[in-house]
Structures are given as C-alpha cells and as structure tokens.
Design a protein around this ligand. Structure first.
Ligand code: 8YV
Length: 363
C-alpha cells in the first residue's frame, strides 16, 4: 500500500485556490490554516517531517534545519513569491529538493505600486495625507506642499531648468522594465540601470543585453531617448527617480548606503519595491533628514513586519512607507497562489513544474 504524498501548506490561500488542494484525493494535505499569521518555526519543523511538498511564503526561512527535519521524502518547496532569498538555494541543491516560485504573474501589480510610490514620494503624498488626518489642512499658497514633477516639464519657460528626466533602476529585470513602460507616458526620456549591483564598479554590457536594450528602446521610440547600463556611482549621481528592483540576500545587502545616498541629487526620489535589506535604513533616514535627496517611497523595510511608529524611516515626513503590498491585488494574489499550488503538486507527483527555479544558475 503506497502512502499518499503529504503536502504542507503554510498559509490559507483563500476560497478560490484552496479547493485545488482540498479536493484532491491523491495527496494528504496538512494546513497551518490561519491566513493572517505565519506558522511558528516549531510548527513547520514538526509538520514537515515526512512531507513530500512544502508551500511557503517569503517569511518562512528554508535552510538545512528544515530540510533535515523533513527527511528524504521532501521533493519540492514551492514559494508564493518571485523572491527566494529566504530559501538557502545551496542547501536545497544538496538535499536534491526542487524550488518552485511565482515569476511573471506579479510583474504588473508590483510595477503599478512602484509608479505610485514614485509619485507619492515626489509630491509629498504621505506628509500631505497625514496633515489632513491631523486636521491641519494647509492654507493654500503657491508653493505649499510642492515637490519635483515626476516626468518632463512641458514648458517653454527658460526658468524651468530640467526639461527631461532620467529614471534609474538598480536591477533591470521584468518588474523594472514594466515600471519603465509605465513611466514613459509621464515624460521620462532617459533610462539608466545597474543590473548586477554586487559586481558593479564599472558598466558592463553583454551582446545579448544590448540587443534586449535595442528592442526596449525601439518599442518606446521616440519618447525614450536613451537606455544604458551604468556603474553604481553613475546610477546614484544621474537618477532623478531611482527604483530598487534587484533581488535581496547577502550579495545586495545595504548596497544603498550612506556613500551611495550622498552622491544622489537633492531633488531625487528613491523607491524600493524589492527587499528592505538592499537599503541601510539609518543612512536613508539621515539622507532624508539632512535633505541629500527629496523623498522616498518604500514598499519594503529591513526588519519588517516589526516596524513601529518610532522607526527612523516611519518618522521621516518625506518617507512614504507601505507594508509590503506590491503584489496585493486580488487578481495577482490568486494567480500567485494558483501557480504556487501547481508547482507543489507537479513537484510531489513527479510532473514538470510550471515555474521551477534553476538552482545551479542561482547559487
Ligand atoms: C509577496 C514578494 O507578497 O513575490 C515576492 O517576492 O515580495 C511579494 O510579492 C511575498 O513575497 C509573499 O511571499
């Protein structure tokens, strides 16, 4: 008598997606079941024992301890996220466990939030809304609550000094490219990026990258005038709006630090739609306090979700902080959950997974 493969699911994925698991009679399902909190580590370590599949989100850390607790039955870890720095890739490879993730389905939702954060940060949305909530609606005057315009200033007046705008991207993958597409109608004319911040002291370009860039440029022609790969130093100095959209993990830890922020322009805004660990929070708070840059829009903060009102970034009026809701549209979350379920089922049943990460290429 062969036992059914056990699948452990660390979140309630909602009424649209849970039936895809609950209605199957070829698996044994173990659910944590509470949708608004993460399972304690102990629960995970106990329940993973003898499991064939594990469905997690980014707050579950998967390392040798979990894989050891699971034993040889574990075939697949499926994360409902595009990021995977919470999973020790080298351990997974060592134990012969596959990793499923959820690329593509969240690209549009996250790009939308990045544009929203850029606008919020430029135009002081957080500070303005908090004034209204405190019954401090400001008296109108020509420059009260003004901020730098996001796109090109369409004006013949010579007093306006900055007719074009450069968007900078730290990381230039799917989400960054989708963000750029959304910015072009706002009048962003130039784009620079650093693909691989961890190895970047000079600009690097490979032939495949430049053909991709030629394609991007021509698809946005004639409004996008230039697109180029630059060093971190140039990225800091030249970006009017800087988007952080690179993977988290040790290789990109605090790449945006005091040295980087000091090089930025005073009117620049910084948006982080990736992981909090890329930014040194104390350095960013200092940069905002001392007005090295104009403002920031953050969907992620190092140490989340334990971020309180006295956090140095939350306290900064020009820092617009969201609680990691980049992919939080109903449609996107249903797609992410569905893909995560398909990955875990395919993994335990020995079928081809719809989105399997190439572990070797990502070690
Ligand atoms: C998710 C994310 O909400 O996909 C990611 O990497 O950061 C978010 O879209 C989160 O990771 C849930 O696991």
């Amino acid at each position: 008598l062969s036992k059914k493969p056990r699948v452990v699911v660390c979140r309630d994925l909602g009424p649209d997606v849970m039936p895809l698991l609950r209605e199957r009679n070829d698996i044994e399902l173990v659910e944590w079941g509470k949708d608004n909190q993460a399972p304690p580590r102990d629960w995970l370590l106990q329940n993973v024992r003898g499991a064939a599949g594990l469905l997690i989100v980014f707050s579950e850390k998967i390392d040798a301890e979990v894989l050891e607790a699971a034993g040889p039955s574990l075939k697949v870890v499926s994360t409902m996220s595009v990021g995977y720095e919470h999973v020790q890739i080298s351990d997974l490879a060592k134990y012969g466990v596959k990793l499923g993730y959820t690329p593509d389905v969240l690209t549009d939702a996250v790009a939308d939030i990045c544009v929203m954060l850029a606008l919020m940060a430029s135009r002081n949305a957080g500070e303005s809304m908090s004034l209204v909530k405190q019954s401090k609606w400001p008296t109108w005057s020509p420059f009260v609550m003004c901020g730098p315009q996001t796109g090109t200033v369409n004006s013949p007046l010579s007093t306006i000094q900055r007719p074009s705008r450069t968007a900078g991207f730290l990381g230039f993958g799917r989400i960054a490219q989708a963000t750029l597409s959304r910015l072009i109608p706002f009048g962003i004319t130039d784009c620079i990026y650093t693909s691989n911040p961890s190895s970047s002291t000079s600009s690097s370009s490979s032939s495949s990258k430049s053909s991709r860039d030629t394609q991007i440029l021509s698809s946005h022609s004639p409004r996008l005038r230039s697109l180029k790969s630059v060093s971190l130093d140039e990225l800091a100095r030249q970006s009017d709006i800087l988007f952080i959209l690179a993977p988290g993990g040790p290789k990109t830890y605090h790449v945006v630090n005091e040295e980087f922020l000091k090089k930025m322009q005073k009117h620049a805004v910084l948006v982080n739609g990736a992981r909090g660990t890329l930014v040194d929070s104390d350095a960013l708070a200092k940069a905002l306090r001392e007005k090295w840059i104009w403002g920031a829009g953050l969907d992620v903060v190092e140490g989340e979700p334990d971020i309180k009102e006295d956090h140095p970034l939350v306290k900064e009026p020009r820092c617009n902080v969201l609680p990691h809701i980049g992919s939080a549209s109903f449609e996107t979350r249903i797609q992410m959950a569905t893909l995560a379920v398909r990955n875990v089922l395919a993994g335990v049943l020995g079928e081809e997974m719809p989105a399997e990460l190439d572990l070797k290429a990502n070690m």
